[in-house]
Design a binder for this molecule. Structure first.
Ligand code: NAD
Ligand code: IPM
Ligand code: MN
Length: 371
């Protein structure tokens, strides 16, 4: 059948709260726009652990296995302490990323003009911000061996991890960056720490070699990661596509969230390698985590998750017009003053997570009603 399968895994903390809203949006596109999607909800975290002994129970593994795309909420939080480390590790988000080789993590950062007054950065700094951080997601220090904590002969303990990259791991994510840049403003900035780290020396050499061999039409620049962090805050509008290793991408994307107004605004997709038919397993999730400080209050911003659905419509469901329709609906809601607490100006009315979902759905209904 030509139905596309999506596993919906809300997870922990605010994960299910925001995913409930993006799930409603997906159902709307199925019902109102005929998007050929089959949705299967599955559990993750403490609740299935208590019932089955696994944070990622077999039913959820099966749902993700058969899915073309996964809509993920968040993992982590205080519940974590109730799950033994081995069980948590066995079903971790990192293990999912690794299992499906989701090596290319795209994190777009767009400054919505409606949020200029509530954002921590000045309106003039935010003008024209529209870039994508591509984070390598299945290698680097997150996965390198050896790793561990050992006790030394003098009784001290020593923790250690291994930053590592191979040629092919660098080249495939750099290829993603160059190809994406060709569809945008044609500029790639590669971020590393080649003044100190051998992995970064190799990173820079391989990115440069691939650029010369196949992508000389794209402009390539390099920044050291410390400078990159500063530039993202000083002048974020200068960037088009930024590509970097796993840990630098993690840190820089939370930093870059301030160029959109809130961490709650940022969507992402993590892409695996193409199969024989050119299809890529994809996991869509907001960039933020489980936000234990606001979990359970129903006040989290669902737009990062909702905008991840827009990415899904474009990249997995092959419905670019519907993706644009959803992005426009978010713009409409924001332009009309819809604000969750994280993007509200002092004194402004604060919507709940659900009400923000309603605002986007209302905007969608209006557009489709007019057709
Ligand atoms: P976090 O991203 O959960 O929260 C950081 C800050 O941003 C908090 O103040 C939070 O309230 C705020 N925030 C985040 N999302 C928001 C939203 N949608 N609306 C409004 N405010 C929002 O980071 P943390 O507190 O460092 O981590 C909490 C847990 O989440 C940890 O266990 C961490 O490992 C995990 N985590 C998971 C993912 C994921 O599932 N992909 C990503 C990041 C962190
Ligand atoms: C993210 C998160 C994860 C990461 C954590 C939860 C392991 O911070 O997706 O950005 O570091 O990759
Ligand atoms: Mn992170």
């Amino acid at each position: 059948s030509n139905m596309i399968k999506v596993a919906v895994v809300g997870g922990e903390g605010i994960g299910p709260e925001v995913t409930d809203q993006s799930h409603r949006i997906l159902k709307w596109f199925s019902a109102r726009r005929g998007v050929p999607v089959v949705l299967r909800e599955a559990q993750y975290g403490l609740i299935p652990y208590l019932a089955t002994g696994k944070v990622l129970p077999d039913d959820t593994v099966e749902a993700m296995e058969e899915a073309d795309a996964i809509l993920w909420g968040a993992t982590g939080g205080p519940e974590t302490t109730q799950v033994p480390p081995a069980a948590r590790k066995a079903g971790s988000l990192l293990s999912v990323r690794s299992k499906y080789e989701l090596y290319a993590n795209l994190r777009p950062i767009v400054a919505n003009p409606a949020l200029a007054d509530s954002a921590p950065l000045k309106a003039e700094v935010l003008k024209g911000v529209d870039f994508v951080i591509i984070r390598e997601l299945t290698s680097g220090i997150y996965f390198g061996e050896p790793r561990g904590i050992e006790t030394l002969p003098d009784g001290q303990r020593r923790g250690f991890n291994t930053q590592q990259y191979t040629t092919s791991q660098i080249r495939r994510v750099a290829r993603t960056a160059f190809e994406l840049a060709r569809t945008r403003k044609g500029r790639v900035c590669s971020v590393d720490k080649a003044n100190v780290l051998e992995t970064s020396v190799l990173w820079r050499e391989e990115v440069t070699a691939l650029h010369e061999a196949e992508f000389s039409d794209v402009e390539l620049t390099h920044l050291y990661v410390d400078n990159a962090a500063m530039q993202i805050v000083r002048a974020p509008a200068q960037f088009d596509v930024m590509v970097t290793c796993n840990i630098f991408g993690d840190i820089l994307s939370d930093c870059a969230a301030m160029a959109s107004g809130s961490l709650g605004m940022l969507p992402s997709v993590s892409l695996g390698p193409p199969d024989r038919l050119g299809r890529r397993k994809a996991l869509y999730e907001p960039v933020h985590g489980s936000a234990p400080d606001i979990a359970g209050k129903g006040i989290a911003n669902p737009l990062g998750s909702i905008l991840s659905v827009a990415m899904m419509l474009r990249m997995t469901l092959n419905r670019p017009d519907d993706a644009t329709l959803l992005e426009k609906a978010v713009d409409t809601a924001l332009a009309a003053g819809a604000r969750t607490a994280d993007i509200a100006e002092p004194g402004a009315k604060r919507l709940s997570t659900q009400e923000m979902g309603d605002a986007v759905l209302n905007a969608l209904d209006k557009v489709v009603g007019r057709e």
